[in-house]
Design a protein around this ligand. Structure first.
Ligand SMILES: NC(=O)c1ccc[n+]([C@@H]2O[C@H](COP(=O)([O-])OP(=O)(O)OC[C@H]3O[C@@H](n4cnc5c(N)ncnc54)[C@H](OP(=O)(O)O)[C@@H]3O)[C@@H](O)[C@H]2O)c1
Length: 435
């Protein structure tokens, strides 16, 4: 049973209690009348501890698909300290806002959340956010693999991380305790909160489609005069995924050609190129350079020794002209993996290159991959966390948004709404403070 829950509040008016949902293992909130014995407390006043151990939670919810600014609402509820067997009460520490979160709210993502009337909202609602780091506040009976103070991340999709607190049923199945035997020493909540989507996606795409490390080894073994590891190409290279790919590529001895969009001034473009090179990028070109007719000649002359060092993997999160240029740049039998469409433009699957270059086109979706490979997902997360701990992997730049008890709904909604805008200084990240 949960005791001395922190932070904690009592309030007047309608409150919500928790009931389980079978699908996600998360407990949903049910609107109910407050206990009769609740002392009269001004609704604006907040107590960190109280006689009943109720935790007051704030949750971003949406009841219809649309723009985040239009459809999101901040919902307040009370969580009972009575935890069912197998459940855990969590407090959020940090949660990033990924493009997929916005697409989910818009209703354009590959999977749609179910709106539940159990959330205690006026209309059936869903909770956005797929990734985050939580601290275990209390566990119910029978939970042996998790304890108070542990840091956890969701092990299932559609968790709903944009909330200050949550009760999770079947906690040991639904949550992944961070750090294994090494615990969380040397890690920050921001690193943990952002490890499971972008870095994992980058890791899997770089490893699972073309064995570039093997290609490098064989190329050296054949004594072909290779001047470095195997090449790969990516657009959207300054994205969270792109930065992960750059770093992992460097760590694995590979060489990368990275495409970014021009910034407002040449100086800013150069600064971005330098930043990515410092991360481990071999070559950084602007989208104009990439789309220019001269690019294929440059590829041959400047980097691949006249195609002697083939370009076998392209990672595409942009689509449109950038994707078409990638098709042109790839070497025969190369593989193009599409995992995003930030330009919102499709691209043709050109017949010629498919036949005569025998190119392979693949799509990557982390959620499905993780469902099919749960153990491998954990291993990937652990491996990247170890790299972070050892200072070998840097998280992407963030635009932190502090989420405290009194943070206004608009501040939270604005942080989400801007996510799909281009040329951003960093990915939105909720950092939970005094909640
Ligand atoms: N399939 C999967 O499993 C999976 C997993 C993770 C991520 N993703 C996808 O990967 C992509 C990147 O995600 P992220 O979280 O790494 O992104 P992020 O860190 O938020 O960065 C967004 C990236 O998109 C670029 N961008 C924005 N608008 C653009 C436009 N109109 N044209 C071209 N580029 C544009 C940005 O470039 P500027 O700085 O130049 O604006 C930046 O590089 C998204 O499409 C996301 O949905 C897919």
């Amino acid at each position: 049973m949960a005791s001395a829950l922190k932070p904690h509040a009592l309030r007047l008016g309608r409150s919500t209690l928790l009931t389980p949902t079978a699908r996600t293992g998360l407990l949903s909130l049910r609107t109910t009348k407050p206990p009769l014995t609740t002392p009269a407390t001004p609704s604006t006043r907040r107590h960190k501890s109280g006689p009943y151990g109720y935790t007051q939670a704030k949750t971003l919810v949406f009841s219809s698909f649309g723009e985040p600014a239009d459809v999101l609402h901040l919902h307040t509820s009370s969580i009972s300290p009575q935890l069912r067997d197998g459940a855990a009460l969590l407090r959020a520490l940090a949660a990033p806002v990924n493009p997929a979160d916005v697409n989910t709210i818009q209703g354009t993502y590959g999977s749609r959340p179910a709106f539940s009337s159990l959330l205690g909202t006026a209309e059936p609602a869903a909770v956005p956010g797929n990734e985050g780091c939580f601290e275990v506040v209390a566990v119910g009976g029978g939970v042996t693999g998790l304890g108070r103070g542990d840091w956890v991340i969701p092990a299932v999709g559609g968790f709903g991380t944009f909330r200050t607190h949550v009760v999770v049923e079947e906690a040991e199945r639904v949550l992944f305790r961070v750090g294994g035997e090494r615990g969380v020493e040397g890690l920050t909540a921001k690193q943990v909160a952002t490890v499971s989507v972008n870095p994992c996606s980058g890791y899997r795409m770089l490893k699972d489609y073309v064995d570039l490390v093997d290609l490098s080894v064989k190329s050296f073994a054949r004594g072909e005069g290779a001047t470095g590891g195997a090449w790969f190409l990516q657009n959207g290279a300054n994205s969270g995924v792109g930065r992960s790919v750059i770093q992992l590529g460097k760590l694995w001895g590979l060489r990368s050609i990275n495409v970014v969009r021009e910034r407002a001034t040449p100086e800013e473009t150069e600064a971005l190129k330098s930043e990515l090179k410092e991360l481990g990028a071999t070559v950084v070109v602007t989208e104009s350079e990439f789309l220019d007719r001269s690019f294929t000649a440059r590829l041959k002359e400047e980097w691949t020794r006249g195609d002697k060092e083939p370009l076998m993997l392209g990672l595409n999160c942009v689509g449109g002209k950038s994707a078409s240029a990638m098709v042109k740049a790839l070497s025969p039998k190369g593989c193009m993996v599409t995992y995003g469409g930030m330009s919102r433009q499709s691209f043709p699957f050109p017949t010629g290159p498919q036949i005569f270059k025998r190119l392979r086109f693949e799509g990557f979706w982390l959620s499905e991959w993780a469902k099919e490979n749960p153990a491998e997902k954990r291993n990937t997360v652990n491996e990247i966390l170890d790299l972070m701990r050892d200072g070998k992997f840097k998280e992407a730049p963030f635009k932190e948004v502090e989420w405290n008890w009194d943070t206004e709904e608009k501040v939270l909604k604005d942080a989400i709404q801007g996510t799909l805008e281009g040329f951003r200084g960093g990915k939105g990240l909720f950092v939970f403070g005094e909640t």
